[in-house]
Design a protein around this ligand. Sequence first.
Ligand code: B12
Ligand code: SF4
Length: 500
Amino acid sequence: MHANLASIMPQIVATWCEQDGHHVEFVCYTGREDIADELPDDLDLVFIGAFTQAAQLSYAISELCRSRGAITVLGGPHARCYPEDSANYFDYVVGFADRTIIRDILTNGAKQRPVGVYLSAPAQPQHLPGVEERWKFAELTLKKAPLIKIVPMLGSLGCPYTCSFCIDSEVPYQPLDFDVLKSDLRFLRSRYKHPRIAWHDPNFGIRFNDYMNAIEEAVPAGTVDFIAESSLSILKEDHLKRLQRNGFKAILPGVESWYDMGNKSKTGKNHGLDKVSQVSEHVAMIQRYIPYIQTNFVLGLDVDAGTEPFELTKQFVDRTPGTFPGYSLLSAFGRAAPLNLEYQRTDRVLPFPFHFLNNNHAMNVKPANYSWPDFYEHVIDLTRHTFSWRAIGRRFRAVKSAIPRWMNVVRAISSEGFGRLKYYREIRRRLEEDLPLRRYFERDTTELPQFFQDRVKRDLGPLWYWLPKGALFHDPNAYLKAESAAPVTPLTLKPRATAG
Ligand code: B12
Ligand code: SF4
């Protein structure tokens, strides 16, 4: 499925470059290809888009390309979250990107070493090329997807809400062009008999009626399938009816916690139980309209203490068998959210290599109310409960449509369910038996345990040899230090004049 999860932005950057007359080679790396083989020898400039979990991979690829004489540019979530570290391995690191920034790099770009230049547009772009305009590159990506092809689309950027843990808390909400959206939907119907579209909006449906009107104007009801991330507050019954009519087949609402997010004073036992009942009923109602639901939770939040939050989630799993629960371990991705400053100020951020920062393979914030062994014990218990054969069977029976019910089984028995359980057990065991690893978790040493180093080496394969010296390590407090040096510095940096 990996190619179905690919980002939109690399396709857009490729489109802009080509429109400016450059010859573009586009590679969607799903983890299976031999990347050294896929890259042409005569590269002038390489753009890489990466999540933080792919940071080390991107650093190694940058090093490889630089050795062949190319200028390298990093963009995407990792660049936005960790610009200071990324600048050590790229000539340019891009925050918000628009056409002007990309054009500037193409026209004025030069090698920037040893430390690269950070560039960012003042805000998220007002316009982005739609699917039709970036089709050449979207199609190249989707060729790598198996039978099911899911086209990514974007209807809006930012969010009107300000949850302090979220990357969008300070990014104003803005809808993108509705005319582009409509013509893209029509275009996709000319490409596929029954297109499947995933909205990459952070919170789909903020201007609910506008989006539904646009979809209804563009395509006959039920001729396109949609997937979207949306909040429970948007998923009211009248909205659900309209979503169903318009072909929304999968929805991913965030529950996050049984206590108020960010609210340090827990409001008591009943509050948690009440919320479980309320959310269970709500999700059961959603299920009457939408075949596939994934409910997202964050484990290890500061509001959580003791067994209660985990037991409540187990109750939710039992009461709501038709949903697939997605668990994330609390993670502070550098500059992603204002709350991360607080974690850094209180010295709670651990320097796990970026490779493990995918919400599951490491939790880089020291839990406020648990010891590490206790915390992993609870996570194991919850994961075991969620992916027990009994729960898998109940989930299978509760979901009626064929693809969603089998997808739940596959996700449970693959690396996501069984795989994570195995991994958590391994960490739990090592917390007892592997002293260097335990000392690292307890912040008694910053020496990277062999276990983590070996895994990066294994996962990078031949690219391990291109990983620059020191690239396994980063300063977990870089955001705080940068803010303290210049308290109200905005993320935006002006392009520097380049030379040579
Ligand atoms: C849609 C989405 C998904 C989708 C699509 C993923 C994808 N490949 O894009 C799905 C559901 C698959 C997904 C999965 C995951 N996601 Co996600 N996702 C998002 C979300 C909500 C929107 C991203 C988006 O497309 N925005 C629209 C684009 C246009 O805006 P943008 O990303 O801000 O990009 C701007 C700049 O960064 C820049 N840019 C972006 N890419 C590039 C590339 C180049 C070359 C250049 C020059 C510039 C550039 O230009 C853009 C315009 O300014 C963000 C939250 C958010 N609001 O950002 C989380 C987010 C990106 N996801 C996150 C995470 C952790 C994950 C998962 C690891 C979760 C998990 N455990 O499974 C997986 C990993 C997926 C993978 N492919 O590796 C984190 C990433 C943190 C980090 N530093 O790595 C985020 C930030 C949420 C968070 N926790 O804060 N995700
Ligand atoms: S968590 Fe959801 S509602 Fe809150 S700011 Fe982020 S996208 Fe918006």
